[in-house]
Design a protein. Structure first.
Length: 302
């Protein structure tokens, strides 16, 4: 099909060239031979009257004009892909689709385990690729490389294409054999204890519990730093240490480790989790089913 004399099939090749800045890599991505991609690039150069891809030092680079095409071309392809997924009142059981979903380890355990169980019964044609939130870039969703992102609402890049699905509080966890603390813990006991603290990412991003302590001007004695909330439970077992993690995760981990859960002796901002999707996928039946399922799972936990 041609629009204004441009063969729309060439747009897939153009998108690959713009993305990879290499004919050989673009050929691999679109499953064509390198000569075929070179021929398509030649036609695109003629159509636009611009070289698009030029030699720069030892590598290749896009021309200034080609840079202006990157986002419009990708938007057009993502919108076309989203259009092909639309169906009137489509039954989730009939959907055949691969979903790429980005989430933190907390979300993976608290929400996604239930989602995958539900999908196996209600939408068995869906397959999933789960990626860690660590290293995720916003452009991956914008370019259609990722279908959904489930993360802290404060980290959502585009609130107009997202919704809050879950709220969680914080709890202390400690070893069941820790006899120095009862069913509740005072602020003095909390501050006097040794702690397992979570440090997120290479930038050492402070967690919400640390933010709360800083706001109150309080300091805890951190004896162990770990990169994940999952590591807190095993690090308090067999010790007098405490850990502060999300309440729903604490309940799950207390079934796997000999730990008990007690209330936090100070106020910590709640964990607000949201799901974000590409603006062109708002009416995609698979995306809609996943969004609703996540909300149902969260509601059942409450």
């Amino acid at each position: 099909m041609r629009v204004n004399k441009l063969d729309l099939n060439q747009l897939v090749v153009l998108d690959a060239v713009l993305t990879y800045r290499s004919v050989s890599k673009a050929a691999t991505h679109v499953h064509l031979t390198q000569p075929a991609v070179s021929a398509s690039l030649g036609k695109l150069r003629h159509f636009f009257g611009d070289p698009i891809l030029v030699q720069q030092g030892s590598g290749m680079a896009l021309t200034p004009f080609a840079e202006t095409l990157v986002q419009p071309v990708r938007d057009l392809l993502v919108q076309a892909q989203a259009l092909t997924h639309r169906r009137p009142g489509r039954d989730p059981a009939d959907i055949q689709r691969r979903i790429t979903l980005v989430a933190s380890d907390y979300v993976q355990q608290v929400l996604l385990v239930g989602l995958l169980q539900r999908a196996s019964k209600e939408a068995p044609g869906l397959s999933f690729e789960i990626r860690s939130i660590s290293g995720y870039l916003n452009r991956e969703l914008e370019q259609g490389d990722v279908d959904l992102v489930v993360s802290l609402a404060s980290g959502i890049a585009d609130p107009t294409n997202s919704e809050i699905i879950f709220r969680d509080s914080w709890s202390c966890i400690l070893c069941k054999k820790n006899s120095s603390i009862g069913s509740e813990i005072s602020l003095a006991e909390y501050l006097n204890a040794g702690h397992v603290g979570v440090v997120l990412g290479s930038g050492r991003v402070p967690t919400l519990d640390q933010v709360a302590l800083d706001r109150l001007g309080l300091k805890r004695r951190l004896e162990v730093h770990v990169p994940s909330f999952f590591m807190v439970a095993p690090c308090v077992v067999g010790t007098q240490r405490l850990g502060l993690i999300q309440t729903q995760l604490a309940k799950i981990l207390s079934q796997k480790w000999p730990v008990r859960v007690v209330p936090v002796p100070f106020e910590v901002e709640e964990v607000v989790t949201a799901v974000q999707w590409h603006r062109y996928q708002a009416h995609d039946p698979a995306i809609q089913w996943i969004r609703q399922s996540l909300k149902n799972i969260a509601e059942e936990m409450r």
